[in-house]
Design a protein around this ligand. Sequence first.
Ligand SMILES: [Zn+2]
Length: 283
Amino acid sequence: MDWQNIDIKTAFRSDTVAPDTVQNAHYIVVSDGEILGCDTHDRWQPLNDDELHWSGLTAESKHFLGWVGDAPIFALEADGDSDDPVGYQFESLWSFLNTVDIDLFYLIGRAKQIVEWFQTHRHCGQCGGETSSESSDRSRKCLDCGQMFYPRLSPSIIVCINKGEDILLARNHSWPVNRFSAVAGYLEAGESAEHALHREVFEEVGVEIDNIRYIGSQSWPFPNSLMLGFHAEYESGEIDIQEEELSDAQWFHFDALPNPPAMISISGWLINDFIERARAGTV
Ligand SMILES: [Zn+2]
């Protein structure tokens, strides 16, 4: 299978029920929170059966993710004490973000999230009993009390706020000096995305927003976010940053941004979308 010429976005079909007979399987190998990468990242692909056999890696668990064509795809949890196979090394998920096709990156992120969910749900959080995988869907069920556990997603909002031709960008304490991005934050239990937008923007930068418009979403597997991206218009207030989280926030003209939008992330997509509309005179 020529992975470099497969459009994973359309070719991958999610499934949870592994076939009875496994042929032509491919494995995304996860160990201690890292992914098995190869020396040539732009040619990265999951291991096939032969490569897995010769790698000498020991499987701790295996999780069916779905299909690419007629090839079943598995996330494979490898023994953390295994040596790196020759020509391969375990690497952080970040190192794949800019080096493989973005849809392949999402599949790798899926594998990592499923393995980590399995690792943290071997026992029931309610009674401590053992759990087992259900055959009909992606869930674990406590053998003692019946409690069900599903992979966790953490929804968050990210918003590009404009005031005329200016957009409001913020900088986290830990970021390099000139790196700014759109305001973002996690939803709280009981909130709608719209409610979270108003709350998070006011908490972080002290302004009120209006005319919220949903743009799109992105899986962000660090560790399990679903980013919901919006545009909003400034309504009122002066910038007043939440100093525990941010070191700076400013209005920037779309032609004078402190850093180019990083197009691998939804923040970049949102900012670029605004720039294109501003240049077209439609904001
Ligand atoms: Zn239980």
